[in-house]
Design a protein around this ligand. Structure first.
Ligand code: GLC
Length: 616
């Protein structure tokens, strides 16, 4: 095995452990290019060497406690630095608020250099080693992560690896005719291959960015652009791209990023005649990235962004012997939850929970209600078909409900990428607005408001009941409403995801401590739920869970068990009071209200919930 005599023992030990497999994978993907492989290995050592001693200490601690992220006391929050605190320095001054929210895992939305107006919310990166100037500098980022670490907060950042901005130096060189640079992307002289690809590759943004290729007028070439035309797909078939992008990933890890979100990871390998999604080589690449982090920076976790149906998501965990991502989004549960809000029928959600319960306990999901993206209606339609529900009409039903079109709906959302030919529009809006808070406030309807707030809190309680890491979407902790101002901004107006990417409303936080206000009720409830969760190991990822019979199709029942703790949790998704059957229950305490409860029946108020800890 070729490694340098000069390498430090700690690195050599980790390197040796993974060497054979890494070499095997690399040779398989890159046709035995040993020169490129040895370049990669040397560069890994370089990143190890330049890692700070504080981060190396963290590496050792977490190497000794590899399950640190599976505990019941982690709560995440995702936020846009500018919307929340203008810039990185501002954010550093807001750490106390983040802690008040009970948050110890902070996902910073993309903050690297990106062109104005052609940024896709920061997902078109022009320089992987520079912070967007308005947000600050790399030093500010480093100071922020170090301050977060001192406060027990881990930081997550996107690694937008599928594409670069057309403003990235590689793209600029490619546009200027540099043949080496063109090989880093998918360049074509004519439409023959692009047209062949189009026959099998679906579209991500059918209305805002139709097609998967863009014609470059100035150099008369065609380039692959799966997302927006200004986001050029990188060609990972070229080992130089892989080597350089690994360097970019390790560079941000060395700035103190603890969790790397592999953005759009299913898309990173392309082959003619396929959907260019989830191809086997994607897994070889992700596995190599996992090995590389274990060698260079073992405290760093990989979070895969795979917003697809469960059968596509789960393979990204890899196997026990050959793990890939540490964490994945629980996207189907999220979508099924909103389906349940609209239909008030928990049967699909129950089935989804049953499926999750069957998965190995070492799979860690990131649970969430809302994030920066739209809600795509990826539901189990095959199962729903037994009730006469079919995909297209059901998507319309859900969209009508959440845009407030259907009678009885108090939700306020907007459609996203509505392609009338396909009828598969997705949906945008904040949790509070989708739960009806915005409409109730506008109508000054106290009864509606009470129910909407209860729905919002119940949904958070449900999210916090799930195994894995719960992640709040910044603003949801104070019931922030939709922001319609993006309609007047020409750079944003075509992309309705900006509806739920508004400025954080700091004035509202003054009301956080007053439970007579909407903000106070939501804030106090969420932080109370988090504190209870952190105290009881029954909420941890290793706990067993299953769904239980409740006697009502509007009430979801979940049982969790760990050690000698047993929790029965009930969630009423309807606006009517429900009587629930407490299967296997004699007496216990509702952890949220502190009430002692006994008997086998209980009343749940509209959108009420119970966290019953059983007395053994
Ligand atoms: C991911 C991001 C999304 C972005 C896309 C392209 O899906 O979550 O916001 O538009 O990648 O980078």
């Amino acid at each position: 095995m070729e490694h340098s005599e000069k390498w430090e023992a700690e690195f050599v030990k980790r390197f040796k452990k993974h060497y054979d497999e890494l070499k095997w994978l690399y040779c398989e993907v890159y046709n035995n290019d040993m020169k490129a492989f040895s370049w990669l290995c040397n560069s890994l050592y370089g990143y190890y060497k330049s890692r700070s001693s504080a981060l190396k200490k963290l590496d050792r601690e977490k190497e000794n406690n590899p399950d640190w992220y599976k505990t019941n006391d982690i709560v995440g929050m995702m936020l846009y630095v500018d919307a929340f605190a203008d810039n990185l320095k501002g954010l550093k001054n807001k750490i106390s608020y983040i802690k008040e929210c009970g948050v110890n895992y902070l996902h910073l939305m993309p903050l690297l250099k990106t062109p104005k107006g052609k940024s896709d919310g920061g997902y078109a990166v022009a320089d992987f080693r520079r912070v967007q100037p308005e947000l600050g500098t790399m030093t500010d980022l480093e100071k922020l992560t170090s301050e977060c670490h001192k406060n027990g907060i881990s930081c997550c950042l996107d690694f937008v690896m599928n594409h670069t901005s057309e403003d990235h130096k590689w793209a600029k060189a490619a546009r200027n005719g540099d043949a080496e640079a063109q090989k880093r992307f998918f360049f074509f002289d004519d439409w023959e291959y692009p047209n062949r690809f189009e026959q099998t590759v679906p579209q991500v943004f059918p209305t805002t960015a139709p097609g998967n290729f863009t014609y470059l007028e100035d150099c008369k070439k065609i380039v692959m652009t799966t997302f927006y035309p200004y986001q050029w797909d990188l060609n990972y078939g070229n080992c130089v791209v892989f080597n350089d992008m690994v360097g970019n990933m390790l560079y941000i890890a060395n700035k103190g990023i603890d969790v790397i979100r592999l953005d759009a990871v299913p898309y990173i390998w392309k082959e003619l005649g396929t959907s260019c999604r989830n191809l086997p080589k994607v897994h070889s690449l992700v596995r190599m990235m996992r090995i590389i982090t274990e060698i260079v920076c073992p405290s760093v976790l990989l979070l895969g962004e795979v917003v697809m149906e469960p059968s596509k998501v789960v393979p990204y965990f890899g196997t026990v012997e050959k793990p890939e991502c540490h964490m994945l989004y629980n996207v189907t549960t999220m979508a099924s939850t909103w389906h349940t809000v609209a239909t008030k029928d928990v049967r699909l959600l129950k089935r989804q929970m049953d499926k999750l319960a069957d998965l190995p306990k070492n799979y860690v999901f990131l649970n969430y209600l809302r994030c920066h993206d739209d809600i795509g209606w990826g539901l189990d339609y095959e199962w729903l078909s037994q009730f006469g529900i079919s995909e297209i009409p059901h998507k319309k039903y859900l969209n009508d409900y959440f845009t407030g079109k259907s009678s009885g709906s108090n939700a306020r959302g907007e459609l996203y990428n509505d392609d009338p030919r396909l009828g598969d529009a997705r949906l945008c809006g904040t949790t509070a607005s989708l739960c009806g808070i915005e409409k109730a406030l506008a109508e000054k309807d106290e009864d509606k408001l009470e129910k909407a707030v209860d729905c919002d809190i119940m949904l958070h309680a449900y999210m916090l009941t799930q195994s894995g890491i719960p992640v709040l979407y910044s603003g949801d902790e104070i019931g922030q409403l939709n922001d319609y101002s993006y309609h007047d901004n020409p750079d944003k107006s075509a992309d309705s995801r900006y509806l739920h990417r508004g400025k954080f409303n700091w004035e509202s936080t003054d009301r956080c401590s007053d439970t007579d206000t909407v903000q106070g009720r939501i804030f106090k409830s969420i932080t109370r739920l988090e504190a209870i969760r952190a105290k009881n190991e029954v909420f941890g990822t290793p706990a067993e869970f299953c769904t239980v019979y409740t006697g009502s199709d509007s009430v979801l029942g979940v049982c969790r068990e760990y050690g000698n703790q047993k929790l029965l949790a009930y969630f009423n998704f309807s606006e009517k009071e429900q009587t629930v059957f407490l299967d296997g229950f004699k007496s216990g305490k509702d952890l949220f209200s502190n009430e002692e409860i006994s008997g086998i029946m209980a009343q749940l108020k509209p959108f009420g919930f119970l966290w019953l800890l059983l007395e053994e």
